[in-house]
Design a protein around this ligand. Structure first.
Ligand code: PHE
Length: 455
């Protein structure tokens, strides 16, 4: 197997197209739905610090590793790893790492799409003023009415999957790139509007800044640390091949270091801004920051229902969530589609239909977790909670660990110097040290800590 010089699927038209697309992948439900609620559940400040440290120490070097592997192999994650391993005279079994990534994509999108569907269901409701003057019980019952009805959830999940497939089917330039060029600017405008509003609520803004940045490490648990690390992977879309495949469309001369830092910064900024837009509302209305996954769907609407212009604010907020989820959903299917096209030699249309249908079907597990299957639990978790825990806290960090080992140990120094294209100076050495030692070490320690090996 020779290493292709170009991906058969196309190439981004510029460095910025790649940055937008990868940021679109990174910025998603993770930033706006998940980050605020896990921060709330884990007590705020100290959790945020661990998360930021994970982004810097594990996230950025790993993003560089994934992009460099992707651009060097220029195929689906499985063939990419196999081709590079062969070229480096290493075991062909590295392909299994790619396979795990493709599988992770299936699993994540299956529940991701259902949550995005809920956000979509909220857009017309918010604009129509359904939340006006709503009480806590009222907000819960509006949410319950949606999630307790499998048919409704299925309808929104189907719509989200169709929207995602409609983009992916059009290919790299006409689909992926074109969509993020529209989605991302809109997303930033809406977000800034919302933060400005949160800022104007006065005192609670400071309270939120305190909540997000005060460092009370006594509130941090082992699970909290694992959650922070898992979230760093999830939010940057690392450890499953999405960024690898996006990297396979990257022009040869682009600096991998610069794009990685830019993407990580933008993603982190959005998460923090989302926190600064959401927590002032939570505090101003005396609501509970640790409400869990329903923070966005049950707590926030109460705030929207009691503020001037809340109808618009709420409507735009859920629109923001849908846009963010859309550009991430695209990147979750892309690796699967590319893989199907390459191994089955079928058209992109067919591959998208196959991948989309399977994910759509898998989504039923999550849908049922909120209603008829609420009691189907394993290890005390519903199917949805299990999928989330398994993918975000285990599969992505494990994938990330192996990707770091592949880039740091399996590939020859000369190959990574060549692909990163930033010379062999101190900057390169920093990356290599992080990829070889620090990233794997940090991931292993956090895993070991969780299983209790260290206590
Ligand atoms: N990064 C996305 C988010 O934060 C989720 C995602 C994970 C997308 C893995 C692609 C791959 O919502």
């Amino acid at each position: 197997m020779e290493r292709p010089v170009k991906s058969i699927h196309g190439e981004w038209t510029s460095r910025w197209a790649f940055i937008l697309a990868a940021t679109g992948s990174a910025v998603g439900l993770g930033n706006i739905w998940k980050f605020p609620y896990i921060t709330g559940e884990n007590g705020g400040g100290a959790f945020v610090i661990v998360y930021l440290a994970c982004i810097a120490i594990i996230g950025i070097p790993l993003m560089m590793s994934e992009i460099l592997i992707g651009r060097r192999g220029r195929q689906n994650p499985i063939n990419t790893l196999a081709t590079i391993a062969k070229e480096e005279n290493r075991s062909p079994h590295w392909r299994w790492l790619g396979a795990m990534g493709v599988l992770t994509g299936f699993l994540i999108l299956s529940y991701y799409s259902v949550i995005a569907g809920q956000a979509m269901a909220y857009v017309p409701r918010a604009f129509a003023g359904v939340f006006e003057g709503v009480t806590a019980d009222g907000a819960i019952s509006i949410h319950k009415a949606i999630v307790s009805d499998p048919e409704r959830l299925l309808a929104w999940h189907t719509l989200f999957m169709l929207m995602t497939m409609a983009v992916v089917v059009r290919g790299v330039q006409k689909g992926l790139e074109k969509s993020v060029r529209i989605i991302m600017p809109l997303l930033f405008i809406i977000l800034l509007m919302l933060v400005a509003y949160g800022f104007n609520t006065g005192a609670p803004f400071h309270q939120s800044v305190d909540f997000l940045f005060a460092t009370d490490f006594s509130k941090l648990t082992h699970t909290g640390v694992l959650t922070a690390m898992g979230h760093a992977f999830f939010t940057l879309s690392l450890g499953m091949g999405a960024i690898m495949v996006y990297g396979s469309y990257l022009p040869q001369k682009t600096s991998i270091l610069k794009v990685s830092v830019t993407i990580a910064l933008m993603d982190t900024t959005v998460a923090l801004l989302a926190g600064l837009a959401i927590f002032p509302l939570v505090f101003a209305n005396g609501l509970e920051p640790g409400a869990g996954p329903s923070l966005i769907f049950e707590t926030l609407p109460i705030a929207f229902g009691h503020m001037a212009g809340g109808q618009w604010f709420g409507g735009f907020f859920f629109m923001l969530l849908v846009f963010a989820a859309w550009s991430s959903g695209i990147s979750l299917v892309e690796p699967i589609v590319v893989w199907l096209v390459e191994i089955r030699d079928i058209t992109r249309l067919r591959a998208t239909v196959y991948a989309g249908s399977i994910i759509w079907l898998l989504g039923l597990l999550t849908i049922f977790s909120f209603n008829i299957g609420m009691t189907w639990t394993l290890f005390g978790m519903t199917m949805f909670e299990l999928l989330d825990y398994l993918t975000a806290n285990i599969m992505l960090p494990l994938g990330g660990l192996l990707i770091a080992i592949f880039a740091g140990w399996t590939m020859k120094r000369s190959s990574t110097v060549d692909e990163l294209g930033m010379g062999d100076g101190w900057l390169y050495s920093v990356w290599r040290t992080l990829a070889r030692y620090i990233t794997p070490f940090a991931i292993v320690i956090i895993f070991a800590n969780l299983i209790g090996v260290l206590n």
